[in-house]
Ligand binder design. Structure first.
Ligand SMILES: *Cc1c(COP(=O)(O)O)cnc(C)c1O
Length: 404
């Protein structure tokens, strides 16, 4: 069981008011809040051992390097990667995806096929379009149905010997759908294609096991799992990471440099050019510690309760339609009310201290599918409460009254 009132004390921001009202933060799918334990780690780094890593012989540099590499081990353990050097620190999900997409430029040829899903975030569409432009590969899309689920029979039909890569998010940020990635990975491997899973939305809610999934690449951002912005990770199977060329040139990623030729450093450093976000990496590890301390099973159970309660309460409102009614989904509710513009509702909710997201959620193709400009999205984390949902429903009804 999860003690929400105790947990809420860990998050200083939850004490603040917005427009004179207590903050109700329901924009967790955009970024999560940061507990004091993680904030303390960042403050401790800059207060006590800020130094550049992997280079210095001096003590501060050693301490910083140790903490940064310890955090990499925590990430490895959390995702159950076989080797620590299969974990590459990046600036986040978008950076991780671009790193892989760029690497595949030299591995693809004209006529090769890449499959993405209709449920993707823009950051998982645009890099592949750019890759197709560079290589002459063709982009195919797994369609979705009215419930916001991917149509697996259509996926089966897309796969063939030209398929080289499949890219899919584990959980859709716009609708909360949990995609059947086990099936997707197995089928892709059967035709010899590699799979990259975007875990930006899954990592806050569940604990992926990259070896059990047998996934080739898995990516996420720390800021959606109670960590800081500007840091994330790329997991890649060792064999794939060895095959991909480096993404950026610079310090840290080289073994030897002359003007004639540079040889690259071993994994993971080959992909980690320049001074990284050191405090961010260390805090990423602390964020995983924090979430594991609460326990992902407890988190899932509690968030499912919030999802069920929120869905039930929202559906009582006349004219309200929820988008994304997949059987398997996480605590994201995307909805519209009659023909009121989502932005107008979002603005009034903010006046009442409630943070929700409105718009296309970086997933315009999904909005096109439903023929709507956008939705209002309420997304819950384990520190939210049923009482907050009640206050949100009252505020929403007020907003609807004002706007109709
Ligand atoms: C947030 C998100 C991204 C982008 O993450 P960044 O941290 O902005 O790079 C990509 N995919 C999904 C599913 C997301 O939710």
């Amino acid at each position: 069981m999860l003690d929400v009132q105790k947990i809420r004390k860990d998050f200083p921001i939850l004490n603040r008011t917005v427009n004179g009202k207590p903050l109700i933060y329901f924009d967790n799918a955009a970024t999560s809040q940061t507990p004091q334990q993680v904030i303390d780690v960042i403050v401790d780094y800059y207060s006590n051992y800020n130094a550049n890593i992997h280079r210095g012989v001096h003590s501060l540099s050693q301490e910083a390097t140790d903490a940064y590499e310890q955090a990499r081990l925590k990430i490895q353990k959390h995702f159950n990667a076989k080797h620590a050097h299969e974990i590459i620190y990046t600036a986040g999900t978008t950076h991780s995806i671009n790193l892989v997409a760029n690497g595949f430029s030299s591995l693809l040829k004209k006529g090769d096929e890449i499959i993405v899903s209709a449920l993707e975030h823009h950051s998982n569409i645009v890099p592949w379009q750019m890759l197709c432009e560079r290589t002459g590969a063709v982009l195919k899309v797994i369609p979705m149905n009215e419930d916001g689920e991917l149509v697996m029979s259509a996926y089966d039909a897309l796969l063939n010997e030209n398929t080289k890569l499949v890219f899919v998010n584990h959980i859709s940020n716009a609708l909360g759908t949990i995609n059947p990635i086990e099936y997707i990975i197995e089928k892709a491997h059967a035709v010899g294609a590699a799979v990259l899973v975007d875990g930006a939305q899954s990592c806050p809610h569940l604990k992926p096991d990259v070896q059990a999934l047998d996934v080739d690449f898995y990516v996420c951002s720390a800021h959606k799992i109670c960590g800081p912005t500007g840091v994330g990770m790329l997991y890649g199977k060792e064999a794939w990471l060895n095959k991909l060329p480096p993404y950026q040139g610079g310090g840290e990623m080289i073994a030897e440099v002359t003007f004639e030729k540079t040889t690259y450093a071993d994994l993971p450093h080959k992909f980690e050019a320049g001074t990284p976000n050191i405090a961010g990496g260390i805090a990423f590890g602390a964020a995983l510690d924090y979430m594991n301390g609460i326990g992902f099973e407890n988190i899932a159970t509690y968030e499912n309760e919030l999802l069920a309660y929120g869905t039930e309460q929202l559906l009582k409102i006349e004219g309200l339609k929820i988008y994304g009614t997949a059987k398997e989904k996480t605590s994201v509710i995307s909805f519209n009310v009659a023909n009121i513009h989502p932005y107008d509702i979002g603005t009034i909710l903010d006046k009442m201290g409630i943070a929700v997201r409105t718009g296309h959620h970086c997933a315009q193709p999904i909005m096109d599918f439903y023929k709507i400009p956008g939705t209002i999205r309420a997304s819950f984390m384990f520190y939210n409460t049923k009482e907050e949902i009640d206050a949100f429903i009252i505020a929403l009804k007020k907003a609807i009254m004002m706007l109709s």
